[in-house]
Each structure stands twice: as structure tokens, then as C-alpha cells.
Design a protein around this ligand. Sequence first.
Ligand code: G3D
Length: 217
Amino acid sequence: MYTLMHGFYKYMTQKDDYCVVILGLDNAGKTTYLEAAKTTFTRNYKGLNPSKITTTVGLNIGTIDVQGVRLNFWDLGGQQELQSLWDKYYQESHGVIYVIDSNDRERMEESKMIFDKMIKNELLSGVPLLILANKQDLPDVMGVREIKPVFQQAGALIGRRDCLTIPVSALHGEGVDEGIKWLVEAIKRHAVVRPPAGERLGHQEKTRAHQPSTGFN
Ligand code: G3D
């Protein structure tokens, strides 16, 4: 009886699992954004002190429950030598968050180049894309109106997938709630093509799916 009840409880409380890669150049604010997402959506999560957050070297992971689903984030290092490892995660990704440092005009072209390379990858075809113009709390940064046309030069590659570009300040948590909620809805719509992790692979393989074999270890 206990097993039956336990099984029923598990069935009722089980959430669909989706994986989201957070990409962008080093220093764009990926880890700060992940912390802000965890703080926004996890009750009692206090978050790391921003001064303790260092640029992503390798991989940071994080999980949040939102709108009835579980999102597993992979925040991948943006340094040149680590970019070649990004595509190991693409096949298992249900959504992409691309973070741009709106204050760094000098590296905007470099950011666009790696964005184009990422978006060209067949493994991400049709996958919902959230583009974040980060660091909007700083003065004289590039706004969405300036950034959007730069990244939309890849319009044909972005294609008809769900795509949203919004201004955020990961440091102050502004725009985090809106972006994540939009992404969840887009991922759910796309689930017909790319179902939740467990459904795609069967439960036994689910755990493995959350840890693609990479060179980060
Ligand atoms: P990364 O993970 O993409 O490499 P980080 O980037 O999250 O480590 O952030 C890099 C630096 O940018 C950090 O500053 C962090 O505080 C800052 N940063 C991130 N998001 C914002 C933002 O929205 N506004 C402002 N003003 N700064 C932000 P340090 O000084 O620690 O290097």
C-alpha cells in the first residue's frame, strides 16, 4: 500500500525536466544571471554575494522550479578555449539563454561572431532563444534597440523559433522573472519537437542526460 501511495505521490508531484544552456562571452554576466534566477524563483535561497561570483571557468549548474516544470541550467564558460565544448550540450538543450554585456562595445562583434556560430549549429535548430542585453543598470550602455539589429543579422538562422531580446540587469535581478517565464512557455510549446529530458531518454538515462560527457571534468 505504501509503495502504491508513494508511487502515486511521486507521479502527482513529478515535474517535467528541461535543460537550458546559458552562453555568452566571459564576463557577460552568465553566472550572475544564474544566481539571480535562483534567487528569484527559489524560496529561501539567499544567493551568493556578487563579490564572490567569479567568471565562469568550466561549468556552473543550477536548478529552479517554475510554472510546473523544472529547469536545469548549464552555465558554460565563455573563454575562447571553452567555447569548443559548448556543442556537447546542444543536443540535450531545450532552451538557450545568450547573455550580452551591453557595456562592452569593443567585444560586441566578437560576441556576435560566437552567437552566429552557435545559432548555425543544427543541434539547436528550432530551440527557443532568449537574448539578454545585460548590465542595463550601468550608464550609457547599448540598449535593446541598438543590440537587437546586430544579432538579428543572423535572422535566417534564428528562423521561426521563439526568440526574445530583453534588457536585464542580472546584478539587480531586473528582467529575470519576465525572461524565465517567457522561456518556460516557449520551451513547453516546443516540447512536441523536443520533449522533456525523461520522456526523450527514459528515466534511467535521465540522470546521464543531465551530465553530458564534456572536457570540463
Ligand atoms: P560570466 O559568468 O559571464 O563570466 P559573471 O560573468 O557573472 O562572472 O560577471 C562578470 C562581471 O560582470 C562581474 O563583475 C559581475 O558582477 C558583473 N555583472 C554581471 N551582471 C551585471 C549587471 O547586470 N550589472 C553590472 N553592473 N554588472 C554585472 P566583477 O567586477 O566581479 O568582475
